[in-house]
Design a protein around this ligand. Sequence first.
Ligand SMILES: Cc1cc2nc3c(=O)[nH]c(=O)nc-3n(C[C@H](O)[C@H](O)[C@H](O)COP(=O)(O)OP(=O)(O)OC[C@H]3O[C@@H](n4cnc5c(N)ncnc54)[C@H](O)[C@@H]3O)c2cc1C
Length: 508
Amino acid sequence: MTDEKKPSGPDLTRGVSLADFKDGKLLGHVGDEDVLLVRLDLEVVAIEPHCSHYHGPLAEGLVVNDTIRCSWHHACFSLRTGEALGPPAVNALSVWEVEQKQDKIVVRRKRRAKAAPRRRAAAPDRIVIVGGGASGFAAAEMLRREGFAGAITMFSDDSAAPVDRPNLSKDYLAGNAPEEWVWLRPEESYKDAGIDLRLNTRVASIDPRDRSVRLENGDTVLFDRLLLATGAEPVKLQIPGDEQPHVRTLRSLADSRAIIAAADNAKGSTKRALVIGASFIGLEVAAALRARKLEVHVIAPEERPMERILGREMGDFVRSLHEQNGVNFHLGDTVARLDGKRVTLKSGDVIEADLMVAGVGVRPRVALAEQAGLATDRGVTVDAYLESSAPGIFAAGDIARWPDPHSAANIRVEHWVVAERQGQTAARNMLGQRERYSAVPFFWSQHYDVPINYVGHAEAWDDIKIEGSVAAKDCLLQYRKNGRVLAVASIYRDLDSLKAELAMEQGG
Ligand SMILES: Cc1cc2nc3c(=O)[nH]c(=O)nc-3n(C[C@H](O)[C@H](O)[C@H](O)COP(=O)(O)OP(=O)(O)OC[C@H]3O[C@@H](n4cnc5c(N)ncnc54)[C@H](O)[C@@H]3O)c2cc1C
């Protein structure tokens, strides 16, 4: 037996016919490489068939004009150049030369990558990015893609180079993904790209008039444009005993490593973990710790997990999914006291646990913005171009509250893809382009083998229309207000989720 992967579909060097295409697509191979053919209006194009984010199958994606969107996490690629146009993908895909004679399509070789030279208006010389997370990373990467040749300095008070943060509560924490998968780019690649990445470096203040940032060590760095991308930090429990070392939160790679070490150390003792809060992160941690064979208890004040965001039906489903996987819920209850490994709940119940993880929400890191006198409103207030109240200072990601054209409200969300997309838009606007940020919000969450995708933004709704069956993990839920669809959540209806996103983009 060999586990070598067989190439997909027909041999494209021998040629295929247009009649062989299904829904405008055909998956074949050239040698041992898979190639996806896509029929556009007048021509056929050929592209590497797996998303450069998590390898999602583009054959199941949605073609929009001359782009293709991945059904897993909504990344978007140019079908003509392979460029990653939309996060979470940032790396381009290979495209292939297509020979077309009447009905016959032949593919033999990859097209040579052409660096697309881009022009920009009078560009600034020095760009400073505060934050080495999703937004900061995406901005720095896009600045270079846009041909910016000036200085980029990226400060991060984290000890790790930018990581795939969503993985820290999922496969990496569960032990199903090696650590090398979590890096967005190898650390040396920042130097190669001329990005001065300064880790363990906290920016202490910003002076918008002098256009300078002051570091904690007293150094001052000048900027022409600044991106504030300081993200969010976990809310602390504020209960007696929460400062003990076995009570953890999860934001950084160091946090995730510490939880893994604590889970490993729990082996041989009671092997019991307590998750405080039934948030997305809390429940993803619960799933990961179950994969590590710990007994897991979740304590949360609400009646059903995630009801506020996903509604009653999805909340019940998420609860029963975790229960089927052995998680014990203590809902309608909270922690009153932590004494060493003993936890006393408000109900009077007592649980002993080796490890406790608090997932009770995050708060945006707005201290720098407030100190600099920028307008804030439960986040940093930005305009449609992601510029703050101080000209030349932009904000993106978890800290930014922007005018969302779809909900006609100023919103702030904590989604990975939104943070990356905003970082990219801010990068272009720092270079003098005037690009409005108008993407429809998208996030995903993963619990065991069940992915939940969500497009749009609904803080309140009148009703939820359910297509399919939530319990059967095959559903699409529309959150509607005054008859308008504000958001759509789905399980294993990936193409429908992409279509819903497109409809919202088009004003539907
Ligand atoms: C464990 C986990 C799992 C998640 N899973 C998902 C998911 O499945 N799907 C999803 O859509 N979203 C998910 N999220 C949310 C997502 O990761 C965030 O929305 C996203 O990271 C926000 O990006 P950001 O750039 O705004 O902030 P961050 O990625 O948090 O980056 C902020 C950066 O700023 C730095 N910083 C802050 N203050 C300073 C300062 N004064 N000086 C220097 N540096 C500073 C920090 O060190 C950090 O490098 C998850 C988050 C976590 C923590």
